[in-house]
Structure formats: C-alpha cells, structure tokens
Design a protein around this ligand. Structure first.
Ligand SMILES: Cc1ncc(COP(=O)(O)O)c(C=O)c1O
Length: 311
C-alpha cells in the first residue's frame, strides 16, 4: 500500500467554469522499491503457484528494458528459486542497465531471436530451458495471465482502502492484465484504461471478458463491467515506447508543476497526457479522478537523459 497525492493541474485544465477537476495519484511507483507499481502484485499468485508446484526454477520473458524482468530479478533474488529470463532480441555486446541489474540479481539470461521469441511457450528456447532445468515454472510475458490479473484484483482493495470516493480510476495498459484485474474488483468505479500500444482497440473486449471471468465469484454482471470500462487506444503517441514531440513537451510542463511525481517514459506519461488533454478540452466527465501510477521509472534508462524532465 502506498499514498495518494494531489496532482497540480495546469491552469488550462481549470478554465471551464462548470468543471473543477480534482486529480489525485496513487503512488504505486513508491510501493515495493524493487518491484513498484503493478509488478509486485502481478507476481504474487505466480510465486504461490510455483511454490505449490514445488518448482525449483522460475522463468519468464521480456524485452531488454522490461519493467517486468527488472521486478522479477529483484523479487526472485531473495527467494529460494533459480531465476531465468528469456530476453527478446539478439545478444548485444553491452547489456542494457535493466539486464545488468538482472545479471547482478543472479538471473540467468537467455537471449532469443525475435522470430523464436514470438512463439512464446512453443519456442525452441523454452524447449531448451526445460531440457536443461527440472521443474520450471513459467510466468507469461509481463507477469500476465489469470494469476497476474488476480494479483491486480487484490491490489484494487489496497488502493480502495485509502479512501477518496472517486468517480473514476485511470490506469495504463500493455497486455491489459492489470486493467482486467482492477475492473474485476467490485470496489472499482468507472475505469479508464489507456493503451501504450498502437493498434490495440480489440483489447477492450479481452479486458472485459477476462475481468468477467475473474469477477464471477462476486456476482457482478458483464453489463455492469461493460458500462464501467472505458478503453482508449488512441494515446500511444506513435507506438509502444515511442515519444512524440507533443508528449515530450507535455512531460516538461508536467514536471515543472509536479517535480516530485515522476511519470514513466512508456506508460503513465501517455495516460496522464491524455487525461489532462481531456480536462483542458472540458470533455473529461468526472469531478474526482484517481490516477494509478503503475511504476516503470527504471525504464527511463533506455532514453537519453535530455528527454527525462524528472531528474
Ligand atoms: C509501468 C507499467 N505500467 C503499465 C503496464 C501495463 O500493464 P499490463 O501489461 O498489465 O497491461 C506495464 C507493464 O507491465 C508497466 O510496466
């Protein structure tokens, strides 16, 4: 559990006389220093399952700057499992800062050619690892899957416990696992999900179906979930991990007003940009909004220092 802090809004967001916006941020980035934001929560049920299966090794997948891999290494280093990361792309002469941390945390790194990586559990590399190691528990890319989403369903309880009576929550999405977990929790108000990926409008249905599967115990209807879910697929600013010049200018201005509340370069910066734009236009339909910071600040190490206005 972390804290909730107010975001200082630019005057342009408060220019519509009928709207007085309150935007607060749940500081997920301050939770679990080694596995901030959604990461720790996405790992919890996977770790339980690995223990249950008496796995001796846990393996997962990710890119060379992956927040998930980073959190995986930092979490596993204190646990009695051997850790393996399948890393997307050819082995580069120099490890990225993220992979350097993983190596220091004792994670065995297996570079994987993109074509093979795309095959996931059917890839040659997975076959090879399963041959080299007994009893491997595999965590999907990004810490996803049903167990990852269940951790985020629990996370919603922690966030809700801090109170605030919000009209809407905002969260960023990649695979949609976090959004599905949050939506499945009956305590969540309207949920606005902003995708960091280009061309993912179909993800809304996946999130809805997934949330419904997870929510059945709480006897929530699919119609209720459907009404509460707002999925935005047009705020990717050029694509995954890309930054438009407008986004870079926005972050500079945001950082002047909110220097103590850094956004990450891939996910939360895009969601925050989209929400503040809607407020500026007067089209954001809520008075009290909670923005959930999903972490990812370590990802700034993949960008030039000049683009990070939060240092
Ligand atoms: C900082 C950050 N925010 C949001 C997300 C998106 O999470 P999900 O893949 O569960 O949609 C990720 C990816 O795990 C992330 O690293």
């Amino acid at each position: 559990m972390s804290t909730i802090e107010p975001i200082v809004l630019p005057p342009a967001c408060q220019k519509h006389p009928n709207e007085h916006y309150i935007l607060n941020m749940y500081r997920g980035d301050l939770e679990h220093p080694s596995a901030p934001g959604n990461k720790w929560h996405k790992l919890q049920y996977h770790l339980k399952q690995a223990r249950k299966q008496q796995a001796s090794t846990i393996a997962t997948f990710g890119g060379p700057f992956s927040n998930h891999l980073h959190a995986f290494g930092a979490t596993l280093k204190t646990l009695p499992f051997h850790a393996i990361a399948v890393v997307r792309g050819e082995l580069q002469p120099q490890l990225t800062p993220t992979l350097t941390d993983l190596a220091k945390d004792g994670v065995e790194l297996w570079p994987s050619l993109r074509a093979d990586y795309r095959l996931g559990m059917d890839s040659n590399i997975v076959r090879q690892i399963n041959q080299c190691h007994d009893n491997v528990y595999w965590i999907p890319e990004g810490g996803g899957g049903e167990l990852g989403a269940m951790g985020c369903r629990d996370w919603a309880n922690d966030i809700h416990a801090l109170g605030g009576d919000y009209d809407a929550w905002v969260v960023s999405s990649g695979t949609g696992t976090t959004a599905a977990g949050l939506l499945s929790n009956i305590k969540v108000p309207d949920l606005h999900v902003f995708s960091a990926l280009k061309g993912e409008p179909a993800q809304r249905k996946l999130i809805l179906d997934f949330a419904y599967e997870l929510a059945v115990e709480a006897s929530v209807s699919k119609e209720e979930l459907d009404k509460a879910l707002y999925f935005h697929s047009d705020c990717h600013e050029g694509g995954f991990a890309k930054q438009s010049s407008e986004l870079i200018s926005f972050m500079r201005e945001f950082a002047i007003l909110n220097s103590e509340r850094p956004l990450d370069p891939v996910y939360t910066c895009k969601s925050m940009f989209a929400v503040l734009k809607a407020m500026e236009e007067g089209s954001w339909p809520y008075h009290r909004t909670l923005f959930i910071h999903t972490g990812g600040l370590q990802g700034w190490r993949g960008y030039s220092k000049a683009t990070n206005p939060f240092t």
